[in-house]
Write a protein that binds this ligand. Structure first.
Ligand code: SF4
Ligand SMILES: [Zn+2]
Length: 188
């Protein structure tokens, strides 16, 4: 399949589409915790889970349960609000497939064959489970996480260097004081 095309082949294996699961089909858009729980459990038995989740993320399905994730989890993975607006939260996205920490995520720019305004796509890749999905918002949040992490590391290094400098100065002063004291003792 060419990049940018919609892959719907996962739908052939969707177990929520089977007649025996008709009763719980509405649970995928329920607000009842027990119903949501049942819907999510079904997803974790579904061979289409990965394709379904990837499709939902790439098509910004911010309502309902897809690939075992509810709308809150999908919005967090995408860094968007309930209105679909990009958010800058303190909590950075985790891998929506395996829940790996944001430090395990990386964003990649991929050339789009379609060109135009979105000449480059952004792909988020989880280095823990290899799950990838296309999303500019997720990729922006992942980049922001890495920038913030790098800034924190630089700050911590600077603080460490300052502390060492202070300790060194204190030691030098102590040894100077000790030398002066030594010089003041009268020789017998
Ligand atoms: S992962 Fe869940 S929502 Fe997606 S096709 Fe399977 S059962 Fe349906
Ligand atoms: Zn993962």
């Amino acid at each position: 399949m060419a990049r940018g095309e919609t892959d719907l082949s996962w739908q052939k294996e969707a177990i929520c589409a089977l007649p025996e699961n008709e009763k719980i089909r509405d649970f995928f858009f329920s607000t009842e915790p027990t119903e949501k729980y049942q819907a999510k459990n079904l997803c974790f038995l579904c061979p289409a889970r990965q394709g379904c989740l990837k499709w939902a993320l790439e098509h910004r399905q911010i309502w309902g349960i897809w690939g075992g994730k509810d709308e809150g989890e999908i919005r967090r993975a995408l860094s968007v609000s309930g209105a679909g607006q990009e958010t800058r939260r303190r909590r950075f996205p985790q891998c929506p497939y395996c829940n790996a920490r944001p430090s395990k995520l990386e964003s990649l720019v991929v050339d789009s064959p379609n060109g135009g305004r979105w000449a480059t796509m952004r792909v988020v890749h989880c280095t823990s489970c290899d799950f990838t999905w296309r999303s500019r918002t997720s990729a922006n949040a992942v980049d922001a996480y890495h920038v913030e992490r790098a800034e924190k590391l630089v700050k911590a290094e600077k603080e460490k260097a300052k502390k060492l400098e202070r300790q060194l100065k204190r030691k030098m002063k102590d040894s100077e004081r000790a030398a002066r004291r030594q010089a003041a003792i009268p020789k017998r």
